[in-house]
Design a protein around this ligand. Structure first.
Ligand code: NAP
Length: 494
C-alpha cells in the first residue's frame, strides 16, 4: 500500500505510520477483493496512505474475537488493567511528537495544537489507568433482617466505537480508556479522513502488551455499513459514537431493535455571552480560544457570541483586531493559528453562513473569504450585527466564523441562548457572583465555562443535553457508562 515519503521523513519512528487495520488481534492489509481507500492531507491534497476498505465481515470477526477476549480481560485484577494502560500511556507520551505529526498531516490542525490534543488524549489513559483500581460496588442495608444487599459493577462487554475526524486522537482516547479500565473490549471505526492517528495508537497498544483482540481498528471509507454491522450484532453490548446529530439519531434508531446501550457525543451550537460587568480582555481571549481552535471545527466551539449592548462596540473592535492578526497556513508552518478546513463541503457551509448573514444585514468585520494558502483555507471571520433569523444562529457552522449578536438584559439572553435543539457547551463572562449562579443554572447545556473558553479535561464529565447527546466522557461518570449494575440479594442470614 502507498505511503507518502514526505510524511515518513518527518517521523522519528516511521513504523507508526501504519497501513494495516487491526482486526481481532491480526494485522489486515487488504479489504475484500483488494478494496482500499486513500487518506489525504487537507492542506495540499497529497495522498498520505492507502488503507484496506473493510466492511461488515471485518466488524463481525473483530467482535467475535473481542467477545472471547473480553471475558478473560474482565477477570484480571484492576491493578493488571491499570499497569497495562500505564505502559500504553507512557508510549503514547514518548511518541507524542510523531503522533502529532501524523495528525497534522491527515487532519490539518497546527502542529502545536495537534501535540496538545495528543497529550490531552493521553491524560484520559492516565486518568482511567488509575480509575481501573477503583471500580467500586456498593452495599445497601437489607430490607429484611436475614437479608444483605450487594451492588456489583460489571463491564458491559464488547463496545463498538465510531469517531469523527476533528479530534482523531482524543475521541478514541475518551472511549477506549474507560472501556478497557472497566473490563470492556472495543471495536473502533475512525473517520475515513483521519484513520492514521488511531492506527498509530493501535501500534503503541500492541507494543504495550495489550491483547489486541481487545482493541480492533476497522478502517473503512464509509461509516454506514460499519454502523449497520455494529448495531445488528447481538454481541455488541454498547455503541459509543461521536459525530453529527443526524448520524447519532440514525444509530439510535438502528440500535432500537436490540435495545443497544448508547453513548452519543453529538453536535453543538454553543452560546458565548459577555455581560457588561465582564473583564472584556479576558472575554476576548476566551472567545479566541473557544471559537478558533481547530479552525472552528470543534463540537464545543462558540457558535453564537452575545454581547450586552453597552460594550458591543468595544468588544467587537477588540475581537476583530485580534482575529485579523491570526496566521492562516499549513499546520506544519511556523506560528500558524488556523489550518485548512477538512473538505470542500466545510468550506461551502462556512461561505453559505457568511453570505446568509450578510444578506440579512450582518457586517463582515474581518475575514469573510477563502485564503490564498489553498482551496480549503478560510480566513478567520468576525461578523457584527448578527440576528436570530440568520442560519448561523441555528446551525452549527463548524468553521472559523464568529457572529456577534447584541442583547439588553440577562433574562432575554438566557432565553435566546437556550433557543436551540442543541445543548452541549455554553460560555459566559461576568464578575457578578449572583449572576454567575443564575446564568449557570439557567443555560440548558451539559457544560458551562464561566470566565473561561477552555473546559475540556479528563477529570470532568464531558457531554450534552437535548439533541447534543447521551452519556458522559471523562471523570468517574465516564466509567459508569461502560458498567452494568447487578444487584445481589443474599437471603437466609440468621
Ligand atoms: P459524522 O458525519 O457524523 O461522522 C462521524 C463518524 O460517523 C465518522 O466516522 C463517519 O464515518 C461515521 N458515519 C457516517 N455516517 C454513518 C452512518 N450512517 N452509520 C455509522 N457511522 C457513520 O460527523 P463529522 O462530520 O465527521 O463530525 C462533525 C460532527 O461531530 C459535528 O456535528 C460535531 O459537533 C460532532 N462532534 C461532537 C463531539 C462531542 O463530543 N459532542 C466531539 C467532536 C465532534 P465516515 O466519515 O468514514 O463516513
Amino acid at each position: 500500500m502507498t505511503v507518502a515519503q514526505s510524511l515518513l521523513d518527518r517521523l522519528d519512528d516511521p513504523t507508526l505510520l501504519c497501513t494495516n487495520a487491526f482486526i481481532g488481534g491480526e494485522h489486515v492489509s487488504k479489504g475484500a477483493d483488494g478494496a482500499h481507500f486513500a487518506v489525504h492531507n487537507p492542506a495540499n491534497g497529497e495522498v498520505l496512505a492507502e488503507l484496506p476498505d473493510l466492511g461488515a465481515e471485518a466488524v463481525n470477526t473483530a467482535v467475535d474475537s473481542a467477545y472471547e477476549a473480553q471475558r478473560a480481560w474482565a477477570a484480571t485484577t484492576g491493578t493488571h488493567k491499570s499497569d497495562t494502560l500505564k505502559v500504553w500511556h507512557r508510549l503514547w507520551v514518548e511518541n507524542a511528537d510523531d503522533l502529532a505529526t501524523i495528525m497534522t498531516a491527515e487532519q490539518g490542525k497546527p502542529l502545536a495544537e495537534a501535540k496538545g490534543e495528543v497529550l490531552y488524549g493521553a491524560s484520559f489513559l492516565e486518568w482511567y489507568s488509575e480509575e481501573a483500581k477503583r471500580i467500586y460496588g456498593d452495599t445497601i442495608p437489607g430490607h429484611r433482617e436475614d437479608t444483605r444487599i450487594l451492588v456489583l459493577k460489571e463491564p458491559v462487554g464488547v463496545v463498538g466505537a465510531i469517531t469523527p475526524w476533528n479530534f482523531p486522537n482524543a475521541m478514541i482516547a475518551r472511549k477506549v480508556a474507560p472501556a478497557l479500565a472497566t473490563g470492556c473490549a472495543m471495536v473502533a471505526k475512525p473517520a475515513a479522513e483521519t484513520p492514521l492517528s488511531t492506527l498509530a495508537l493501535a501500534v503503541l497498544a500492541e507494543r504495550a502488551g495489550l491483547p489486541m483482540e481487545l482493541f480492533s481498528v476497522v478502517t473503512a471509507s464509509r461509516g454506514a455499513p460499519i454502523g449497520d454491522a455494529m448495531t445488528s450484532n447481538p454481541r455488541v453490548a454498547k455503541i459509543t459514537f461521536t459525530g453529527s446529530t443526524e448520524v447519532g439519531r440514525q444509530l439510535m434508531r438502528q440500535g432500537a431493535d436490540q435495545i443497544k446501550k448508547l453513548g452519543l457525543e453529538l453536535g453543538g451550537n454553543a452560546p458565548f455571552i459577555v455581560f457588561e460587568d465582564a473583564d472584556i480582555d479576558a472575554a476576548v481571549q476566551g472567545a479566541l480560544q473557544s471559537k478558533y481552535r481547530n479552525a472552528g471545527q470543534t463540537c464545543v466551539c462558540t457558535n453564537r457570541i452575545y454581547v450586552q449592548s453597552g460594550i458591543v462596540k468595544e468588544f467587537t473592535k477588540a475581537l476583530a483586531t485580534a482575529v485579523a492578526e491570526m496566521q492562516v497556513g499549513d499546520g506544519f508552518g511556523e506560528n500558524v493559528d488556523i489550518g485548512p478546513l477538512i473538505n470542500e463541503a466545510s468550506v461551502q457551509k462556512v461561505s453559505e453562513h457568511i453570505e446568509d448573514a450578510v444578506v440579512r444585514g450582518g457586517t463582515v468585520e474581518t475575514g469573510g473569504e477563502t485564503h490564498s494558502a489553498g482551496p480549503l483555507f478560510f480566513k478567520p471571520t468576525v461578523i457584527s450585527g448578527a440576528t436570530d433569523d440568520m442560519l448561523i444562529a441555528h446551525e452549527e457552522t463548524f468553521g472559523p466564523v464568529a457572529p456577534i449578536f447584541t442583547f439588553d438584559n440577562e433574562a432575554e439572553v438566557i432565553e435566546r441562548a437556550n433557543d436551540s435543539e442543541f445543548g452541549l457547551a455554553g460560555y459566559f463572562f461576568s464578575r457578578d457572583v449572583a449572576r454567575v449562579f443564575r446564568v449557570a443554572e439557567g443555560l440548558k447545556t451539559g457544560m458551562i465555562g464561566v470566565n473561561t473558553g477552555l473546559i475540556s479535561t479528563a477529570v470532568a464529565p464531558f457531554g450534552g443535553v437535548k439533541q447534543s447527546g447521551i452519556g458522559r466522557e471523562g471523570s468517574r461518570y465516564g466509567a459508569e457508562d461502560y458498567l452494568n449494575i447487578k444487584y445481589v440479594c443474599l437471603g437466609g442470614i440468621t
